[in-house]
Structure formats: structure tokens, C-alpha cells
Ligand binder design. Structure first.
Ligand SMILES: Cc1ncc(COP(=O)(O)O)c(C=O)c1O
Length: 462
């Protein structure tokens, strides 16, 4: 982990100064960046590790942002990108196909649920979400069902930052007020644990109660006005909670009964993160549309996709006006498609979804063991290599940390000192590259334990 620190060179200092002056980090607050170590510049990566410009090495406990499944520094992916660039770097995606785009679509058809067979390529998860929602609306429109404009999403979810995707977000994390009014017609319902309801999650009601609640809400909203329901099969932003099979079976049945399309947002869940290629497999159900991004290319090139079922694809075949209204210049970029294909090949050959399941379970057990070591570890949750730990000041009484405890910056700093890059606060998110092995899991958990000891000392919790 934390290794030799290079002497601060003039060029390193200059890079940070120029960065602070000219580079705008996404949603970051400048005043946080100018604090000590607030502006971290990452220079290279290798396996589960990242090195900053000072020569400090960290475990990348978040795979970047649930992205780098295959691990950092895969030369083969760089070679494939270079080879594709020399052969063909671009072709108009509105008019032409390319061999890598065809091959990638065909490969995805073999990996996704059986009815999902057609793929539309864009560049980010947010675009995939927007595209899926617009496809759902146009699906109904093309079939003469022109009154369906509403979309149901769950509170405590995250679907992106573009205006449409932001309208679907039901999380407190993003300040939506400056952009309102957002896309009309979004109906927000409570999450699997009741988060977002008046009683919130404190009632202990099981997820079937909330599935039935959603059914009632659909009836109240008049089903004939609803185009789609969008949700992650396993919600990440709502604490990596795994719903019951019955939850998804019920919602699949209800959406089908009312002609509502089910969009599974697998932007994080997909490509082995939860221990299966796609998380919907855990529940044995088939969505009508499936959004994917992030691990599709392990971040070696930007690309995202929407997969649609045969039923949905058919509604776009017919007259000229039935063609899908959407696209982007960079969509189905041949270099990104070639890289994604080679990345999927690595995931398959090295059986990384299987490793996510097995090593993920080991990680879960080691995290659970932290409860007996540290009194502030209240809860651990997740599946595969998508896990989190929840910290509370007093788990017995349920007393939470307060804003004055500044847990976000404190835990992030303490983890950094322990050689770990993560997203942290009262909840520490863990999603290491799928190549991680047990020894590396042990170092990761040891580092987290060290950070928690530091936190208890700083906050004088004994
Ligand atoms: C479930 C989900 N959907 C959509 C998005 C948006 O993806 P992007 O950041 O690539 O636009 C994210 C991003 O984290 C996500 O977690």
C-alpha cells in the first residue's frame, strides 16, 4: 500500500496549481479541493492499485467508480485500441455499421437475458438511461398508445446527471433545485426498504410490502398513463440492499399486466459486479430494456448501451416515422466497441463474474467480522464485489453521526492515509476491481480497520 513518496518536484507542484486553476472536477466543491490532499492527481494504475503523482500507491477500492472490472494496466486493451484506431477510427453511426459494433452487439446478445437481443450504443450511463426512457415512450407511441408519459422511479436511487436522468433520481445527494422544473411525469415511489415513504425504513416492513405499495400507486396513477418503471435490480445508492426474488417477480408481473415496460438500470450492477453477468439473473426475471455502461469496457474507452427485448425492438420496425428518434455522434464508436469486446473477453476467460461471487463473499465475511472489532460498525450489506459498511455512533441505540462529525471528509482522509481510495462517509462503499484476490481483500479490510481506529480516536469514542 502507501509506498515511497517522491520528493515534491517543481513540475508536480505546477500540475496541481494548473489543475486547481483550470480543471473543473465533476460536482466537486473547490473549497474542498484546495485543502491538504484534496486535489489528488492519479498518474497510473496496475491491477487493483492506483499511483498518484507523488508516487503514493493506493488500493482502488471503488474500481474508479464501479468501472475497472478487469483491473488497471491491461496492455492488451491498449493494443486493441491502437489497432482499431489505425484501421478505422470513426464512421457515421447514423448511417453505417462497423465490424466491432456488430461483434459487440452480438456478444451482448449472448450474455444478456434471453429476450434482450438488440443493442443501441451511446457514451455514458446517463445517456443510456435517457435513451431507454425515450425508447419506452416511443414504443407505446408507435403502437398507437399515445397517452403514456409517466415514468416510475424509486426514491434513494441514482440514474445520472442529464436533465432527464436527474428527474428520475430520488437521492438527496444531488441538489436538483437549480434545474427545476425537470422532466414532467416522474412518479417517485419508496425503495425496497421503505426508504422515501412517510414511515421511511424504520418500520421493518419487508420488501414485498413495498412491491405491493408500488402496485397500488400504479393503479392510483392510472396505468394507461405510465410508460415505464426504471430501477436498479440491486440498488447501490440505497445501501447495496439485495431485494427478495418475490419482490422482482411481483413487479415484473404487475408491469406486464398493465403494459408498462420494465427498465433495469444495470449501469453499476452489470458485467459481474454482483457475481452474475447481469443482476436480473439473481431474480430469474427478464426486463424489457436494460441499460449498461461502466464495466462494459472497464473504463478503457467510454461506451454505454441500451439492450432491448424482441418485443420492444419490433415496435420500431415499420414506417419511417417508427424509427427511434435518438443518437449521438460518438455512439457505437469503433474504438470503444473493440475495447469493450476485448474487455468482455477478459471477464469471460478469467471468469471474473465468478471471482466476484466467491471473493465477494469472502470480503462480506471479513467486513462482517469488523463488527466485533469496532463498536461503530453498525451494518454491512451487499453482494458480489459490491458492498458497504454503515457506521453509527452507537449501533445499539441507533444513534447516527451528525454533520458536525464531518464523517465524509474525515473517513475519506483516514482511508487515504491507510492507502485506500473509496467513497466514504457514514457509509463506506466498496467495489474493488473484479480481479482482486483474498490476500488483497485482507489488506483492504486491514486498511479499513486502521481507518476506523483513527476515526474512533479522533471522535473520542471508546
Ligand atoms: C445506476 C446508475 N445509472 C446511471 C448512472 C449514470 O452513469 P454516468 O455517470 O456514466 O452518466 C450511474 C452512475 O453512477 C448509475 O450508478
Amino acid at each position: 500500500m502507501a509506498s515511497t513518496v517522491k520528493k515534491e518536484s517543481a513540475s508536480t507542484k505546477n500540475l496541481i496549481e494548473r489543475g486547481l486553476e483550470h480543471l473543473w472536477l465533476h460536482t466537486a466543491q473547490y473549497n474542498d479541493l484546495i485543502k491538504d490532499d484534496g486535489f489528488l492527481v492519479i498518474e497510473r494504475g496496475d491491477g487493483i492499485y492506483l499511483d498518484d503523482i507523488h508516487g503514493r500507491r493506493y488500493i482502488d477500492a471503488m474500481s474508479g467508480l464501479w468501472v475497472v472490472a478487469a483491473g488497471h494496466g491491461r496492455q492488451i486493451l491498449a493494443d486493441i485500441a491502437a489497432e482499431q484506431m489505425s484501421k478505422l477510427s470513426f464512421a457515421n453511426p447514423f448511417a453505417y455499421a462497423t465490424p466491432p459494433a456488430v461483434d459487440l452487439a452480438a456478444k451482448l446478445a449472448s450474455l444478456t437475458p434471453s429476450t434482450v437481443n438488440k443493442f443501441f450504443f451511446i457514451n455514458s450511463g446517463s445517456e443510456a438511461v435517457e435513451t431507454a426512457v425515450r425508447m419506452a415512450k416511443q414504443y407505446h407511441y408507435n403502437r398507437g398508445d399515445t397517452k403514456r408519459y409517466k415514468v416510475i422511479s424509486r426514491i434513494g436511487s441514482y440514474h445520472g446527471t442529464t436533465l432527464g436522468a436527474m428527474a428520475l433520481n430520488g437521492s438527496d445527494g444531488l441538489n436538483r433545485a437549480p434545474f427545476e422544473p425537470l422532466m414532467p411525469g416522474v412518479v417517485q415511489v419508496p425503495n425496497t426498504n421503505g426508504f422515501g415513504s412517510l414511515t421511511n425504513e424504520k418500520t421493518g416492513l419487508d420488501d414485498m410490502f413495498w412491491a405491493q405499495y408500488i402496485e397500488e400507486r400504479i393503479k392510483f396513477e392510472r396505468p394507461e398513463t405510465i410508460a415505464a418503471l426504471i430501477a436498479e435490480p440491486i440498488s447501490t445508492s440505497n445501501g447495496n440492499r439485495v431485494p427478495s426474488k418475490a419482490y422482482w417477480e411481483h413487479l415484473r408481473k404487475v408491469t406486464e399486466e398493465h403494459g408498462i415496460l420494465l427498465i433495469h438500470d444495470e449501469v453499476i450492477n452489470g458485467f459481474g459486479r454482483t457475481g452474475r453477468w447481469f443482476a436480473s439473473e439473481h431474480f430469474g426475471i427478464e426486463p424489457d430494456l436494460l441499460t449498461m455502461a461502466k464495466q462494459i469496457s472497464s473504463g478503457y474507452a467510454p461506451i454505454a448501451a441500451v439492450g432491448v427485448s424482441d418485443k420492444v425492438a419490433e415496435a420500431f420496425v415499420g414506417e419511417k416515422k417508427h424509427a427511434f428518434v435518438g443518437g449521438s455522434t460518438w455512439g457505437a464508436h469503433p474504438v470503444s466497441c473493440a475495447v469493450a469486446l476485448a474487455n468482455i473477453d477478459i471477464l469471460e476467460r478469467e471468469r471474473l463474474p465468478e471471482n466476484s461471487s466467491a471473493t465477494g463473499e469472502y470480503l462480506g465475511t471479513q467486513l462482517e467480522a469488523l463488527k466485533s472489532k469496532h463498536q461503530i460498525v453498525a451494518e454491512t450489506s451487499g453482494i458480489g464485489l459490491m458492498r458497504s459498511i454503515t457506521l453509527k455512533r452507537n449501533p445499539d441505540t441507533g444513534e447516527e453521526f451528525t454533520e458536525e462529525d464531518e464523517l465524509g471528509s474525515r473517513v475519506t482522509r483516514l482511508l487515504l492515509e491507510a492507502g485506500i481510495l473509496s467513497r466514504a462517509g457514514a457509509s463506506i462503499q466498496l467495489a474493488p476491481p473484479l480481479v482482486i484476490n483474498r490476500e488483497e481483500v485482507d489488506s483492504l479490510v486491514e486498511g479499513i480497520s486502521q481507518a476506523i481506529v483513527g476515526l474512533e480516536a479522533e471522535l473520542e469514542i471508546s
